[in-house]
Design a protein around this ligand. Structure first.
Ligand SMILES: [Cu+2]
Length: 199
């Protein structure tokens, strides 16, 4: 098959099919990039892309008999900023991680507060076998902490942090605890205590 045959029979099929595939690929990758970058970057990339496409179509319309070489150059004009934008976006963006273990943000939060030498609740409900964040709001200028024990009087704590003086809110990461009934208290004021229900 010589070049002329190829041009006459093959190109009319190849060009539209190829163009369709290219447009589909472009649309998918562009939307993927735009959905994953901060708003300002997305707007910039989209504008740049729209401007480039406009230039290419304008050039193609003005010179219908353009050689393949200049077609290739125009393709480059479109693709280069797209690639640059993609790389820039990848640098700016933290892609969401599929496993959902992205740290503190994903953990369940258990809240407790202290004021007037009392906790605001006498039962802590804690998810079983799950690392969680214990958010402790010490609302007064008294040293308090939270310790979780197997039972009242246990010498070893499943969890404890040092007492601190408020007012201050702290977030502690707590290792998973198996289901069961436990005891929690402020070690500075042992009469501040309650039941930790892990379920
Ligand atoms: Cu206390």
């Amino acid at each position: 098959m010589n070049n002329e045959m190829r041009d006459r029979f093959l190109l009319p099929i190849l060009i539209p099919v190829g163009a369709l595939a290219f447009v589909a690929f472009l649309a998918l990758s562009v939307s993927y990039i735009l959905l994953n970058v901060p708003h300002a970057v997305a707007t910039g990339v989209a504008l740049m892309l729209a401007f480039n496409l406009l230039m290419v179509f304008a050039a193609a319309a003005a010179a219908p008999n353009m050689s393949r070489l200049s077609m290739g150059m125009l393709g480059g004009i479109v693709l280069v900023p797209l690639l640059v934008g993609g790389v820039a976006a990848a640098g700016v963006v933290e892609f969401p991680d599929d496993h959902g273990e992205g740290g503190e943000g994903d953990m369940p939060v258990v809240e407790i507060a202290a004021n007037n030498l009392q906790f605001d609740k006498d039962e802590l409900i804690i998810p079983a076998d799950t690392a969680f964040v214990l958010q402790f709001d010490n609302q007064e200028a008294q040293p308090h902490n939270v310790a979780i024990l197997e039972e009242e009087g246990s010498s070893e704590a499943l969890f404890r942090e040092d007492p601190f003086t408020g007012p201050e809110v702290v977030e502690w990461e707590v290792e998973p605890i198996p289901a069961g009934e436990y005891y929690f208290l402020c070690e500075v004021h042992p009469n501040m205590n309650g039941t930790a229900t892990v379920e």
